[in-house]
Design a protein around this ligand. Structure first.
Ligand code: FAD
Length: 318
């Protein structure tokens, strides 16, 4: 079933969803199931699975030369989605990127998803690879998520890349896209970011999931600005609990979001990571309860592969 249908079926009640990462290459899929199992009691109608493109690793060789190796640390997005749908009968939402994909590869990826009975995709540009400063698309790939959304939308109308194909079967994907309450790091202004967000909707995306935020005011203002720009689709808030002290630096650095002073000071004063974990849970519960009161369709939790704190939060909210 499509995410938009799940939203409709919620009849205004906030529902629970979460995102997982594929395991590191070499690990077992059972580590994923162990993290999903405890969250099923909160009845997630869908689970997102992130996509991780290749990275370049540079290795010093004995002769002074440097070897450039291409490494994919977390493959398996499609396999995990199929396993989730098969094992739990819960919809899986695979993430799909512009980065690392040609249009042809995108089309083939979507065909695989369709054959597996996957109805949803989250369309993203992806970040620059670690060794590069700016994102660069593949030759004959997409530069922006809005163009990827267009390709999916064309396929939903039966328009494949090879226009000589006849009697094609249209796909029927429900497409979600990312939104940034604190603006995307490369956007010159929040207005321009929302302008391009609107383009993703115009090109066929049906809902937005936000980047994590720690101050609900940022989400409320973002929704207000989107509505003022004429974006009418559901805007699902994404939440992540702080779990360890190092998150104070890692989260702003990695995701380009601010942490409120009150939260930072509590974490700084915490005597150990057990105390930090509890502070993160309490903060996230308060955020969640306020968002439920505001009538958001879903609360979407970034589990980062660890379910125990998400379970504690969900048991206080749902
Ligand atoms: C909910 C969520 C899930 C994510 N999941 C993953 C994942 O699974 N794997 C992963 O690698 N990354 C993931 N990311 C990170 C994401 O890939 C990065 O934030 C990336 O840098 C931007 O992706 P986007 O789809 O928002 O890009 P876009 O919408 O393409 O925007 C990128 C930048 O370009 C600007 N822009 C957009 N369109 C245009 C245009 N036509 N002309 C000029 N400027 C334009 C925007 O304002 C923005 O600054 C996720 C992010 C979120 C919020």
């Amino acid at each position: 079933m499509k995410v938009t249908e799940h939203i409709k079926n919620g009849n205004g009640k906030t529902q629970f969803s979460f995102e997982i990462l594929p395991p590191l290459k070499g690990e077992n899929i059972h580590s994923i199931f162990e993290n999903i199992d405890p969250l099923l009691e909160f009845k997630p109608p869908y689970i997102n699975v992130t996509y991780h493109r290749e990275e370049y690793v540079f290795k010093d060789l004995k002769d002074g030369l440097i070897e450039k190796k291409v490494v994919r640390k977390r493959p398996g997005t499609v396999g995990i989605c199929a396993a989730i749908q098969n094992r739990y009968e819960v919809d899986a939402v695979p993430h799909i990127l512009c980065g690392g994909f040609t249009k042809e590869e995108t089309e083939n990826f979507l065909i695989d998803l369709q054959f597996l009975g996957i109805d949803n995709v989250m369309a993203l540009r992806g970040d620059a690879v670690k060794s590069e400063t700016y994102f660069s698309p593949e030759k004959n790939g997409h530069k922006y998520a809005c163009d990827l959304v267009s390709q999916i939308n064309f396929l939903n109308k039966g328009a494949y890349l090879d226009d000589e194909l006849q009697h094609t079967f249209p796909t029927d994907f429900c497409v979600g896209v990312a939104g940034y309450p604190e603006k995307h790091m490369e956007a010159p202004s929040s207005e321009s970011d929302i302008h391009f967000l609107k383009k993703k909707i115009k090109n066929g995306a049906e809902y937005i999931v936000t980047q994590m935020f720690f101050d609900n005011e940022k989400y409320f203002k973002f929704v207000e600005k989107c509505r003022a720009e004429g974006i009418t689709v559901p805007i699902v808030p994404g939440l992540k609990p702080i779990a360890v002290k190092s998150h104070l630096n890692l989260i702003p650095h990695r995701f380009k979001v601010d942490l409120p002073d009150a939260l930072v000071m509590e974490v700084v004063k915490a005597k150990d990571n057990k105390a930090v974990r509890q502070i993160g849970i309490d903060w996230c519960v308060k955020q969640s309860q306020e968002l439920v009161k505001a009538g958001v369709p879903f609360l979407h939790y970034y589990s980062m592969g660890k379910s125990s704190n998400i379970k504690e939060i969900a048991s206080q909210v749902f």
